[in-house]
Design a protein around this ligand. Sequence first.
Ligand SMILES: NC(=O)c1ccc[n+]([C@@H]2O[C@H](COP(=O)([O-])OP(=O)(O)OC[C@H]3O[C@@H](n4cnc5c(N)ncnc54)[C@H](O)[C@@H]3O)[C@@H](O)[C@H]2O)c1
Ligand SMILES: O=C(O)CCC(=O)CC(=O)O
Length: 362
Amino acid sequence: MVFEHSTAAQRVLFGSDKAGEFLTAELGRLGSTRPMIITGGSAERAAREITARLEPGLWWDEVVQHVPVELAEKARAAASEAKVDALVTVGGGSTIGLGKAVALTSGLPLIAVPTTYAGSEATDMWGLTENRTKTTGLDPKVLPVTVIYDAALSRSLPVGLSVASGLNGMAHCVDSLWAPKADPINRTFALEGARALTIALRGITADPDDLRAREMALYGCYLAALSFASAGSGMHHKIAHVLGGTFNLPHAQVHATVLPYVLAFNAPAVPEVSARLADALGADSGDATEALSSLYREIDAPRALADIGFTEDGIAEAVERSLKAIPASNPTTPTEENLTALLRAARNGDDPASVSVAAQQA
Ligand SMILES: NC(=O)c1ccc[n+]([C@@H]2O[C@H](COP(=O)([O-])OP(=O)(O)OC[C@H]3O[C@@H](n4cnc5c(N)ncnc54)[C@H](O)[C@@H]3O)[C@@H](O)[C@H]2O)c1
Ligand SMILES: O=C(O)CCC(=O)CC(=O)O
C-alpha cells in the first residue's frame, strides 16, 4: 500500500441541546467579543436561541444557495465595516458557504453550527457562483476551527429535506470510494458514514422527532464530509456542481437524485468496493446499486431531476460542462453518449440499472 493522507484538524463538539453553551465557551476560547452571526431562512430561530446570551458585532441573515459572488462581496464589506473578530454560522451548507467566503478573504476564524446534513463544516472547500458557473477551491482558512453538532437544532428540518440532505452526505461517501485521492483511510470514513446515514435516514423517516436518529445523521454526515474532504471531488460531485451552479437547481435534491445513477455507472467497474458499500447500506446481496435503490424506496427519496426543474434542453450543456470536469481516475470512462444517457435517465427518474448497462456497452 502506498498513499499520502491528511485529515482536517478541527475541534468537534457534539451534544443535543448544548449548542448555546458550547458556542459561548468557544467564542471565549477564541477571545472573540464581536462575532458576526451568519444565519438565514428557517435556521434563524435556532440562531436566535443559541446566541441569546451573546452580543454580536454583526447579525447577518441573507443567504443564497451556491453563494453568488455579489452576496459574498456584500457580506465581506459588512464584516469589515463592523470590525468583527470571528464568524459564526448557524444553518445549512448555504450559510456555512457564505461564512467560508468571508473567512477566505478576511482570515477570520469560523465556528460552524450546522442544521442540515450537507457536511460543509468539515471541509476546506469553498464554492462561489458567478455567470452561471460554480467555482470551487481549497483553502485552510475556510475550514471551521470548531464544529458544534446539536441534533436538537435539526429536528425542525422537514422529513423530505432531511432525506435529501442526508443523501448529500451519502453522496460524499459513495463518491469518495473512487475520487482522485481515495485511500484506505477515507474509504473507512466513507463506509462507516454510509452505514450511519442508512440507519439515521430510516429512523428519521419513521419518526422525525427521533433525537437518536438525528444524532446518527450528524455523526454520519461528519464522517461523510471527512471522507469527501480527503478524497476530493469525483464524478458525482462534478456533475452536481454543474447542475447546481449552471442550472441553479437545489443542492441536496440534485445530489440525492443523481447519486443512484453515478453509482450504477461506476459500480460494475469496482466490484470489491461496491460489495463493501452494499454491506454498509445494510444489504447482504453485494449489489450496491440495488441496495441503494431499496433504501430509496424505503425512505421515499427524490427520483427525477425533472421534478426540480431540469429540462431536456439542458442535458447537452450539462454533459459538455461535466465532461470537462470529471477526473480521469473515474472507474468507468465517461463519454458524450453514456453521460447523456445517464443525465436523461436521472431527469426522467428511470431505473438506475439502465445506466449501468449503457455504460458497459459504450
Ligand atoms: N463546501 C463544501 O464542502 C460543501 C458541502 C456540501 C454543501 N455545500 C454547499 O451548501 C449548499 C447547500 O446546503 P444545504 O443543502 O444544507 O442547503 P441550505 O443551507 O440552502 O438549506 C436548505 C433549506 O433548509 C432550511 N433549513 C436549514 N436548516 C434548517 C432547520 N434546522 N430546520 C428547518 N429548515 C432548515 C434552509 O432555510 C433552506 O431553506 C450548496 O450551496 C452547496 O454547494 C458545500
Ligand atoms: O461549497 C461548494 O459550493 C462546493 C462544494 C460542494 O458543494 C460539495 C457538494 O457538492 O456537496
